[in-house]
Design a protein around this ligand. Structure first.
Ligand code: FAD
Length: 412
């Protein structure tokens, strides 16, 4: 056996999983299909900016990674404004109302990965191998092997964090439920004439939501524009002038004119839900288990909660000298996360359809609903806590000051 645990996939969720286990001296091998990451700090912002919830910040802090992110590249949003293109309804959220300094943070996805991977690579209990695409699962006596082009790696437990198109999920025979949204998200970074004032903004347009996420630069925003695939392709192909005009118009010039923008990337949108999260010696986390609409920026946050819950279950099993790949242990994690993830996925889908429906009287009711919600403080506070990952059955690492035992100790 090569290690106690193999993690397939070194995206944000696989990396956090590796950090949570290896910092507790559970030996791990992380395999990623992509060639070696470029550890030099990306000079220009990545096209995909992630909204990181306070719960995910706590998880990263629990393994001493949060403070390692370059402060001048991490944005923060203290307030949020949501409104509908088809009506006057709107809702404002303010972290101060529930004594939270920030509703969330904005971090470029590539920056997050290129910062934390080299730090984790120093953990004595962790080996990271790039250019190792897993192509088969190889059942063995008391362990499970994964085949790459070079060799077979084996461990007591294989954790699949290989994203929405997870091959290992299919190889394990886990079926999925899917809904193709026939929408595509266009992501990029743009600079506007007016400062964002640390407010996250989302305007629900008829064909999908347009989010402006405040980045570290005072006028710089991460754009996530979910729309029909046809329109997304049109936006993608536009010259800068036309794209900036469209961005300004469709965001109601809430930040003035768009002045500059970086490369645009398209992401086809669908819901994918795994029916089961585990098999004997095999378990799913992150997008491999659930891929949801990005309208509330929850995908990576749910994945980090998966990682923290699974780490807590595995740590407890290890303290009792149990086999980490045992199905009854993995089922504990599945019971903890599957329903919660499914509810979040359905809620996102519900919001998507609710805001797209234009048959009267729905737009009027929807706008009235926004205004009514805005005026009921307890309901708003509850919604904020849900979105921030501060309520529900949280793993220890996601609670404030939780998981301080998990400090990363770096190899000499
Ligand atoms: C436009 C957009 C905006 C978003 N905004 C937010 C946001 O604001 N907040 C948020 O929380 N989430 C957001 N999300 C969702 C978030 O990006 C995903 O949930 C997150 O990337 C999932 O991480 P992951 O590690 O599970 O999978 P991935 O990021 O997909 O990583 C999978 C990894 O597995 C590797 N891999 C794949 N196959 C194999 C194989 N066979 N063998 C070995 N390695 C393999 C890949 O190389 C990759 O490194 C957004 C998504 C989109 C599309």
């Amino acid at each position: 056996m090569d290690a106690e645990v193999i993690i397939v996939g070194g995206g944000p969720v696989g990396l956090v999983m590796a950090g949570l286990l290896a910092s507790r001296n559970i030996t791990c091998i992380l395999l990623d299909a992509a060639e070696e990451i470029n550890v030099t700090m990306p000079a220009h912002p990545d096209s995909r900016a992630l909204a990181i919830s306070p719960a995910s910040r706590n998880i990263l802090a629990a393994i001493d990674l949060w403070s390692r992110l370059p402060g001048d590249r991490v944005g923060c949003f203290r307030r949020m404004h949501v409104w509908d293109e088809n009506g006057q309804g709107e809702i404002f959220f303010n972290g101060e109302d529930i004594n939270q300094p920030a509703l969330g943070y904005i971090v470029e996805q590539r920056l997050l990965q290129t910062t934390i991977e080299p730090i984790l690579a120093c953990l004595p209990a962790l080996e990271i191998h790039h250019g190792q695409a897993v192509s088969a699962l190889v059942p063995e006596k008391n362990s499970l092997g994964v085949r790459t082009a070079d060799r077979i790696f084996s461990a007591r437990l294989v954790i699949a964090a290989d994203g929405a198109a997870s091959l290992t999920r299919d190889l394990a025979g886990i079926v999925t439920r899917r809904n193709d949204y026939r929408q595509t998200a266009l992501a990029c970074v743009a600079r506007f004439a007016d400062g964002h004032g640390e407010v996250a903004r989302q305007r629900f347009l008829t064909d999908g939501p347009l989010a402006l996420l405040p980045m570290a630069g005072p006028e710089q925003c991460g754009i996530v524009w979910s729309t029909s695939t046809q329109y997304a392709e049109l936006l993608h192909a536009m010259n800068l002038e036309n794209f900036h005009r469209a961005l300004g118009q469709r965001s109601e010039h809430c930040l003035g004119e768009a002045l500059e923008s970086g490369p645009r990337t398209l992401f086809p949108l669908q819901r994918i839900e795994a029916e089961d999260y585990c098999r004997e010696r095999f378990v799913l986390i992150g997008d491999a288990a659930h891929n949801i609409h990005p309208l509330a920026g929850m995908g990576a946050n749910l994945g980090m909660l998966d990682a923290a819950c699974l780490a807590q279950v595995l740590n407890a099993a290890r303290e009792k000298n149990k086999d980490l790949g045992g199905l009854h242990i993995l089922r504990r994690y599945e019971r903890w996360r599957r329903l919660e993830n499914r509810i979040m996925s359905m809620v996102m889908e519900g919001f998507k359809y609710l805001f797209e429906e234009q048959t009267p009287p729905l737009p009027m009711l929807r706008n009235a609903g926004l205004d009514i919600t805005d005026s009921i403080a307890p309901l708003k506070h509850w919604l904020m806590r849900q979105a921030m990952g501060l309520s529900g059955d949280l793993p220890e690492a996601a609670r404030q000051n939780g998981g301080v035992k998990n400090k990363v100790s770096i190899k000499e």
